[in-house]
Design a protein around this ligand. Structure first.
Ligand code: DON
Length: 574
């Protein structure tokens, strides 16, 4: 080997191993991330690596982890843990999520850390003696929670990481222990949830204080810091066993919940085969069941594939009508056929089959609305929150994670002494066939409650390859609007050649079969609305649809990174 080449290799090794061993604190005044002074960055191109997610502190920590030699998996772990502290409405250790990833060597991965129904759960647990759904029982308080999956998911993800777990969790510990400045929207969220926290928790917590929260206040959560330290010191068992598990079960006992020590000890995250399909020259990689997201997106993309959608002007009546009609058909399949594949035979192959989908579109009429079956419209909840993070590192490891407590601040139960909020994911089951849940989604046997079963999800972490090479990392919160938001983002990027910023921020629309209406954001074009009303469509306003986080690799190799303009979402990278 030539001497100069050898020297170069030695130098490269020295630089990379220095980066790998730089495990000094990331958070704190004087360190890379200052929790008392930070700003939101909406879009930027980065040379090497980037993160986009719902909170600037979480993006910054993720990016710093990669700067110090961590890969996208390291960053995704650290970012999620920080979100659990700084973004309590959706970031979590008391909830669950999904990860879809692709390593630099081309291995595709999906990790399912969805919550499960406790062992004591029963099909009719939310019905009264007359068989009617008891309002809010699956949404608030101790009975609303599934067994949390996030911590198990993080350790499953850790198999692909490079840095020590202790290093990855420390920023979250420091933020919980020493506090961080909250934003205006966080202050508003905490104030609006105050009474609900008090009603649904048995003890005090950091989220409740005497006077109203204001932007700029410091939120300190010592109980959460101690819980995170137990995870740091004892790994997964620091959450699912020992003191944390005892605190969870004690809270459940006092509040009438049913999660047991065995439920916690037996929880397992699952590696699943990602759902992959081709769309023109692209490969799209998504989440398989128990998420409905991957398969619905596959169905919708394939139903438009041969119709040359880009010949219609952007958001013209023709384009929107075609997309609404494919959405209607995909969501009708969701209600009937999708549930936890470990409990229900999901006909995945048929649902994505070209001939089947062509048949589904056989009655499509480009001059009028197809009617969904007549059924009582579900009420759509406005203040729900989930959260998505997209990460891409220097070597083009791609990681897409969507994680949630379900509704904003979950069940509003804070585990006494442990400082974290529990999910209200049980509402994603179908409590009663045909009765809409919080998102207006209906379901039947496929998604009925059974002990240890995972409730059906819409979360759709998604990756796109172009000519078999890494291209896009994307995803969003939004309940049942998630697959349609991802669908639109992909159509905007792949068919309308938009910048990632436009693809994310243009107004969105949504149809989910039932209720039979097109939901639109306030800035959706009124001429298209009027033209479609004449064809028989009904419209409803939604304050916002999704908070989509996209990273796309430009031909220059730069990472075009965008955080949705709809929230405090922010990008970071280097
Ligand atoms: O898994 C699901 O589909 C829902 N629990 C997601 C909830 C959600 O996205 C709320 N966010 N806006």
């Amino acid at each position: 080997m030539k001497k100069s080449l050898l020297l170069l290799l030695v130098f490269a090794y020295a630089v990379s191993s220095k980066a790998q061993i730089d495990n000094s604190p990331i958070v704190g005044v004087g360190n890379a991330v200052n929790p008392y002074n930070y700003t939101i960055v909406k879009a930027k191109q980065f040379k090497n690596a980037s993160v986009t997610c719902a909170h600037p502190l979480a993006s910054m920590v993720g990016a710093e982890v990669m700067k110090r030699g961590g890969n996208a998996f390291d960053a995704a772990i650290a970012t999620q843990l920080v979100l659990a502290v700084v973004y309590p409405e959706a970031g979590n250790i008391g909830g669950g999520g999904f990860m879809v990833a692709r390593t630099t060597l081309g291995k595709t991965i999906s990790i399912d850390y969805r919550e499960t129904a406790p062992n004591k759960a029963t099909r009719d647990m939310y019905l009264d003696k007359d068989g009617n759904v008891i309002p809010k029982l699956s949404l608030q308080g101790h009975l609303a929670s599934g067994v949390p999956g996030t911590v198990a998911g993080l350790f499953e993800t850790f198999k692909y990481a490079r840095k020590p777990f202790k290093f990855l969790i420390q920023p979250a510990i420091d933020l919980a222990e020493f506090g961080f400045i909250i934003s205006e929207s966080e202050a508003k969220g905490l104030n609006n949830t105050r009474e609900s926290f008090i009603k649904n928790s048995t003890g005090p917590s950091a989220y409740i204080k005497e006077t109203p929260w204001q932007a700029g206040d410091t939120l300190v959560n010592k109980d959460l810091a101690e819980t995170l330290k137990r995870i740091r010191d004892y790994g997964q068992r620091g959450f699912y066993e020992g003191k944390t598990a005892l605190l969870i079960v004690e809270e459940m006992k006092q509040g009438g919940g049913i999660i047991s020590l065995d439920d916690l000890k037996n929880y397992k995250a699952k590696s699943r085969t990602p759902l992959e399909f081709k769309y023109k020259g692209y490969s799209i990689i998504g989440m398989p069941p128990p998420s409905s997201g991957g398969i619905i997106i596959e169905q919708m993309m394939k139903m438009i594939e041969k119709r040359n959608i880009a010949r219609y002007p952007f958001q013209s009546p023709q384009q929107v009508q075609l997309m609404v009609e494919v959405e209607r058909r995909a969501y009708a399949d969701r209600a009937e056929h999708l549930g936890d594949p470990d409990f229900w035979k999901v006909p995945l192959k048929t649902l994505g089959d070209d001939a089947y989908l062509a048949k589904r579109m056989a009655d499509y009429d480009s001059t009028k609305a197809t009617a969904s079956k007549d059924i009582k419209a579900g009420k759509i909840h406005e203040s729900d929150q989930t959260t998505h993070l997209s990460v891409l590192d220097k070597e083009s490891n791609m990681v897409s994670v969507t994680t949630t407590l379900n509704g904003g601040y979950g069940s509003r139960t804070v585990i006494g002494g442990a400082g974290f909020i529990m999910n209200n994911e049980m509402d994603d089951f179908s409590s009663k066939p045909g009765t809409p849940n919080m998102f207006g989604a209906i379901g039947g046997a496929a998604n009925a409650i059974q002990p240890n079963k995972r409730m059906l999800s819409s979360m759709s972490p998604t990756l796109v390859l172009k000519d078999k090479k890494p291209y896009i990392v994307a995803g969003t919160p939004g309940g049942t609007t998630i697959p349609t938001s991802v669908f639109q983002t992909l159509v905007n990027l792949l068919e309308y050649n938009m910048s990632a910023e436009d693809a994310v921020n243009k107004p969105k629309f949504h149809h989910q079969w039932l209720p039979d209406q097109v939901d639109v954001e306030p800035t959706f074009t009124s001429t298209t609305k009027t033209a479609m009303e004449a064809m028989g469509y009904k419209f409803a306003n939604r304050a916002q649809l999704g908070r989509t986080e996209v990273i796309r690799i430009l031909p220059s190799g730069k990472r075009e990174t965008v955080a949705d303009s709809r929230g405090d979402d922010s990008v970071s990278g280097y």
